[in-house]
Design a protein around this ligand. Structure first.
Ligand SMILES: Nc1ncnc2c1ncn2[C@@H]1O[C@H](COP(=O)(O)OP(=O)(O)O)[C@@H](O)[C@H]1O
Ligand SMILES: [Mg+2]
Length: 512
């Protein structure tokens, strides 16, 4: 997984070697190196096996491969070999120039303690400490405060690489750097997380808690670096998961938590029986009864507490559970082809009536919206009956839209809690952390997955341009001799999708 940092402005950074040094010096002015009793760790030790304790912060030693950009030969093979060696020594972080590469350790490391976090506060010389996400956060924070430029941090990598965890460490470190008091904004963000994860995350074959949406968290700072508030934007929620899951995958967490945590009275109120009775949940091949665990029940209790803390009241909670139950009941509406013509007809009207009551739409209107469509030709409205296939599509589209609106409503509520206080200054600076969900290639890929893969390709393209092309152009402009770096340019692929978007979308529709 890689973490790129970009100033948000369009300012073109001069990147000749001399300028880089000058820039670094400006950045360092007025800052102090915070160094623990362990002192400056040994440089040049390539066979590091031990960890070092700086003021009770347990970290790996620094080593010459901390920044792979400084190696004399840079090939993919060398980069991978070096990172593999580092990983075996539990050095999960590596710098490659401005970029931080992180490899998921899949076990708890002791490198995220408060003493470690404090050690990476106001770091003067990056190479005095081992690479760390806290170090990258510190560099971003200081660019913000010293250069007064908004910053953006992009976290990319395949599913399960550790992007969301990294985003959490990054944000926590920003809040500590800004001396945000414990129990302030960080507590609010922590309280909002169970809601976001319950609605936006699901178990996949790659990750038990995979985010199925892209999250852009923007922290808002005063020009002096004091944190004022935050805001979350969400993109590309994988709505298709509500109605279909690939083998070995599950629907969004909230559905299972609901069944584990609702009381018998609530089951009655929302017309629910058990997860195995609902089509949107029972096709993934899991034994759903084994999911009704105490842990799931505890998570549902935590979810309800988070709702309250974020500011949703009991009525909101009831509305939310009603809508979630409605989504499941919508999925159970079934159609058959009517006897006298080839059009769809609902066979279980009791389910339609239940849904109509829950979403407060008269059942005749809901029936006709699902089984027919109106087209307007030359000012004249013509109603056409759908066949079973298209009525089923329409039913699923309704469930997906309802779920997506619900998710948006929850995020709005969270934003209300996180927003800056009214007396905040007008000229603020922002640090954005983009946690996009990863590129994936399944045997059956949804339209959303195509959009996500395209977003990832675009990020890669932006990264190529920023890191290779612009840098090489600047070297050439300034007459600095250098060997051209060869990289795979994905621009033709990105252009294929973006320039002929309408054509492709048309093809996709036809293909579906
Ligand atoms: N820095 C880390 N230290 C320990 N475990 C981690 C770390 N990063 C990720 N993990 C583990 O990997 C899992 C997947 O990480 P996650 O951030 O959800 O992946 P992604 O967002 O890239 O899909 C987490 O649930 C956690 O168990
Ligand atoms: Mg994630």
């Amino acid at each position: 997984m890689v973490i790129h940092v970009f100033p948000q402005s369009t300012r073109h950074l001069s990147i000749s070697k001399e300028d880089k040094l000058g820039e670094a010096q400006t950045l360092l002015q007025g800052m102090q190196l915070t160094k623990g009793e362990g002192g400056s760790p040994a440089q040049g030790d390539q066979t590091v096996r031990r960890n070092i304790t700086f003021d009770k912060a347990i970290l790996p030693l620094t080593s010459p491969t901390d920044d792979l950009a400084s190696l004399p030969d840079l090939t993919e093979d060398i980069l991978l070999k070096e990172m593999h060696k580092r990983y075996k020594r539990q050095q999960i972080y590596t710098y490659i120039g401005e970029i931080l590469v992180a490899i998921n350790p899949f076990k708890e490391l002791q490198i995220y303690s408060i003493p470690a976090s404090m050690l990476y506060k106001n770091v003067v010389a990056r190479n005095s400490l081992p690479p760390h996400i806290y170090g990258t956060a510190d560099a971003i924070y200081h660019s913000l405060v010293m250069e007064k430029l908004p910053q953006c941090c992009v976290i990319s990598g395949e599913s399960g690489a550790g992007k969301t965890e990294s985003a959490k460490y990054m944000v926590n470190q920003f809040l500590r750097l800004a001396d945000c008091e414990e129990g302030g904004l960080n507590l609010k963000i922590e309280q909002a997380n169970p809601l976001l994860e319950a609605f936006g995350n699901a178990q996949t074959t790659m990750n038990n808690n995979s985010s199925r949406f892209a999250k852009y968290l923007e922290l808002i700072f005063s020009r002096e670096g004091r944190v004022l508030g935050a805001g979350i934007s969400h993109y590309l929620l994988e709505k298709s998961r509500v109605v279909y899951q690939n083998p070995g995958e599950r629907n969004f967490h909230i559905f299972y938590l609901m069944f584990a945590g609702l009381s018998p009275d609530e089951y009655n109120l929302y017309g629910l029986q058990g997860p195995q009775y609902h089509r949107y949940l029972n096709r993934s091949g899991f034994d759903l009864r084994t999911m009704m665990t105490q842990t799931a029940k505890d998570k549902m209790d935590k979810f309800r507490q988070s709702l309250q803390t974020v500011g949703f009241n009991k009525d909101d909670e009831d509305n939310l559970l009603t809508c979630l139950s409605a989504v499941l009941h919508i999925g159970d509406i079934q159609f058959i082809t009517s006897a006298n013509n080839d059009v769809a007809q609902i066979i279980n009207m009791e389910v339609l009536n239940k849904v109509s009551e829950m979403i407060q739409v008269p059942s005749e209107e809901l029936d006709s919206a699902l089984t027919s469509e109106i087209t307007v030709t030359r000012g004249e409205a013509i109603r056409r009956q759908r066949d079973v296939y298209h009525a089923g599509d329409c039913r699923d589209a309704l469930a997906k839209a309802l779920y997506a609106r619900l998710f948006g409503w929850v995020v709005n509520g969270i934003n209300h809690l996180l927003q800056p206080l009214e007396d905040s200054p007008e000229d603020t600076l922002e640090v954005g952390v983009l946690d996009i969900f990863g590129f994936e290639d399944f045997s059956r890929n949804s339209f959303e997955q195509l959009c996500i893969n395209l977003a990832n390709e675009q990020l890669q393209n932006f990264f190529n341009k920023h890191v290779f092309q612009q840098e090489q152009e600047a070297y050439q402009t300034e007459g600095v001799t250098m060997e051209l770096v060869r990289f795979v340019d994905n621009k033709p692929t990105v252009d294929l999708f973006l320039q002929v978007r309408n054509l492709l979308v048309h093809h996709i529709k036809v293909g579906l």
